[in-house]
Design a protein around this ligand. Structure first.
Ligand code: 0L1
Ligand code: MG
Length: 263
């Protein structure tokens, strides 16, 4: 990251503290209405650099947000967003997620992509994305906006690393060319009752299209995806709020299932 300003330092400390203390805070644009989307993406890098110093946190991939038309309309935008996946966000099916460490978490069913090659450039296509992917797998992303009542502007949510908190990957990993990735149905249950249904088509028409969009965005910032990166391609349904004691299972056509328990 380029030299960090006092303003950036202040915002990073503010959002970091909100996450560490698991308390919701007033959105940053209330104090910094002039903040731009470009600065907000810079803050994601600043937050990672801060966590590296504090806890040795490393980047392990990327997540996409606002990939459905419904969510874009809700936010009054016509573009997706992306955030950075950190190693300490990786959670496991066999290890309960601790509600007390989160603010107001919600679960999203997503398809995870595991990259087998670096991928960079404004001319990358969906086919390039598929060819560069070793496996796809079912995943649950846990989002947990640091902002009061989960309310924010586009700039706020990008600065808050797109509400990223945790994610869990299921145990069935398949080669991307063995499934029809643009048409995967999904049912998510909470405590045994259907809580959401969806399709991978809700993710910008096809999850690989969403990742292609992200690669183009990264290219404009001189960046790209790396071999070994995990990419959460975007939510296949609305996000479901959960509490301690709740158990969530997302079952995907041809991709198996992924589960989580919250204590
Ligand atoms: O992963 C997501 O789709 C969330 C993106 C940020 C918007 C939100 O927190 O709902
Ligand atoms: Mg998500």
């Amino acid at each position: 990251m380029s030299l960090i300003t006092n303003k950036e330092k202040e915002i990073i400390n503010y959002l970091y503290a909100a996450e560490q203390d698991a308390v919701e805070v007033i959105k940053v644009t209330d104090d910094y209405p002039e903040l731009t989307i470009e600065e907000a993406y810079g803050l994601q890098d600043g937050l990672l650099a801060h966590k590296l110093v504090e806890n040795g946190t490393k980047k392990i991939g990327l997540k996409l947000g606002l990939t459905s038309k419904a969510k874009q309309e809700m936010m009054g935008v016509n573009e997706a967003i992306y955030g950075v996946l950190h190693n300490d966000m990786l959670a496991y099916e066999w290890e309960p997620v601790v509600h007390a460490q989160l603010i107001h978490p919600k679960a999203e069913p997503e398809i995870a992509f595991f990259m087998d090659q670096d991928l960079k450039g404004a001319d990358i296509t969906e086919e390039d994305v598929i060819n560069a992917t070793k496996y796809v797998a079912p995943a649950i992303e846990i989002i947990d906006s640091r902002y009061k009542d989960f309310k924010f502007t586009l700039v706020d949510v990008v600065a808050d690393n797109c509400s990223s908190a945790k994610f869990i990957v299921g145990s069935k990993w398949v080669s991307p060319d063995t499934v029809d990735l643009g048409n995967i149905g999904m049912v998510m249950t909470k405590n045994g009752k259907v809580a959401a249904t969806g399709s991978s088509a809700a993710v910008l028409g096809h999850p690989a299209t969403a990742i292609t969009w992200a690669v183009h965005q990264l290219a404009a910032r001189g960046k790209g995806l790396k071999k070994g990166d995990i990419i959460l391609s975007g939510a296949m349904s609305g996000a479901i709020a959960f509490d301690s004691g709740d158990s969530i299972i997302a079952e995907f056509d041809n991709l198996g299932s992924v589960s989580m328990f919250c204590k």
